[in-house]
Write a protein that binds this ligand. Structure first.
Ligand code: PEP
Ligand code: MN
Length: 376
């Protein structure tokens, strides 16, 4: 059960203390408090865990200070959608809105290889009106002998250039808790010219201790990749680890499933799950066509498979795209074969624009069946 308190009623209020006293006298009820930034005010959500069946909705609703009460199913308590649930399905970070109703594009480098690549990429993004990017500093590689990413040594110039080119959010994978500290420290040293969305890669989707640490901080939003060889349900539970620790700014990314049934693509594209995740949870859904398709192949219609896959995700309502570009893909240190060339950025953006417009027309056509939820 979740009690959503009235705006600006927090844990120091008399109203909260009265609820807390009442709950302490109940058997087997544990409470966890989450603070959520709403459109204008801070909202306090009280999660009741344990024998909540013994509590009546009416009784909990009658406490002064309670705005509304949601009885949740066991699954995905924080991030799931539940009956009568009008909690918001969006958040804002660095002035950029991330929600189930809009689309953000993160075109960038799979891995930072040099200052020049970063600058060329960011210049092109600015010229094309983009304020978000992806840049890998810590790279999880199959072989220990492969390039592992420049790590914290590249962060000072990455952040400095982001400030110079007006980049507001950088999606950056971390594979260890120490990376979180390094990012925080370097951002501070640079004067916080940009923001970072922490990416948990597919190899770490079920690294529960890392998820808990990342979930305990609320400074950075999190992009969680679906695990490449586990069920959707298992990956959604992984997202819930982040939220149950307090961070609800979570975006869920589909990146293809590992199976050679997907050959000749690197992974089996799973973007038919975009609407599924939006239906089950309140998370915005990201697609990663680069790591799904993994090759630069063009169909007989002249369109690259990566762009076809991106279009499939966007026409199904994706809210974010993570896509690899590189100034010279043949010289990229990681994942060159799947990278688009920087001069292909304008056509890519136009293609996405066409498909997003088509998606919006589709929702208009079917609007009588849409679920509206407050704040979305
Ligand atoms: C990446 O996005 O750079 C990456 C390594 O992706 P994944 O974790 O999906 O393989
Ligand atoms: Mn990659």
């Amino acid at each position: 059960m979740i009690l959503i308190l009235k705006p600006n009623i927090g844990v120091d209020s008399k109203e909260f203390q009265r609820i807390e006293r009442f709950l302490k006298n109940q058997q087997n009820i544990e409470i966890r408090v989450h603070k959520v930034q709403g459109a204008a005010q801070l909202l306090t959500e009280v999660y009741l865990i344990g024998n909540t069946a013994a509590l009546s909705l009416e009784e909990m609703r009658s406490f002064p200070g309670v705005d509304h009460v949601v009885r949740v199913s066991e699954e995905y308590r924080v991030l799931g959608r539940h009956k009568g649930d009008n909690r918001q399905n969006h958040f804002t970070y660095q002035g950029v809105r991330f929600g189930q109703d809009n689309l953000n594009i993160f075109a960038g480098l799979c891995a930072v290889d040099s200052r020049e690549s970063v600058e060329t990429m960011m210049r092109a993004l600015r010229e094309n009106g983009q304020v978000c990017t992806r840049l890998g500093a810590y790279k999880p590689r199959t072989s220990p002998y492969s390039f592992q990413g420049h790590g914290k040594t590249c962060l000072p110039y990455v952040f400095e250039l982001a400030g110079k080119y007006g980049i507001k959010v950088i999606a950056m994978e971390i594979t260890h808790e120490s990376h979180l500290e390094e990012i925080r420290e370097c951002l501070e040293k640079a004067g916080n010219p940009t923001g970072v969305m922490l990416q948990i890669g597919t190899r770490n989707t079920q690294n529960f201790e890392l998820l808990k640490i990342v979930g305990r901080q609320q400074e950075f939003p999190v992009l969680l990749k679906r695990g490449f060889g586990i069920t959707l349900d298992e990956s959604l539970h992984a997202a819930e680890y982040l939220a149950s620790e307090g961070n609800q700014k979570v975006i869920f990314a589909l990146r293809g499933m590992k199976t050679n049934i997907g050959d000749p693509h690197r992974n089996m594209v799973d973007f038919a799950h975009v609407p599924v995740v939006k239906r089950i949870t309140r998370m915005p859904v990201c697609i990663d066509p680069s790591h799904s398709v993994g090759i630069r192949a063009r169909s007989s219609d002249g369109i690259l498979d990566v762009l076809h896959a991106a279009a499939q995700g966007v026409i199904a309502g994706a809210n974010m795209i993570l896509i690899d570009f590189h100034p010279t893909p043949s010289r990229a240190l990681v994942d060159g074969p799947q990278a688009l060339r920087i001069e292909e950025l304008p056509a890519f953006l136009e293609d996405i624009n066409i498909v997003r417009t088509a998606y919006e027309r589709r929702t208009e056509l079917h609007k009588d069946y849409g679920v509206t939820s407050a704040g979305s």
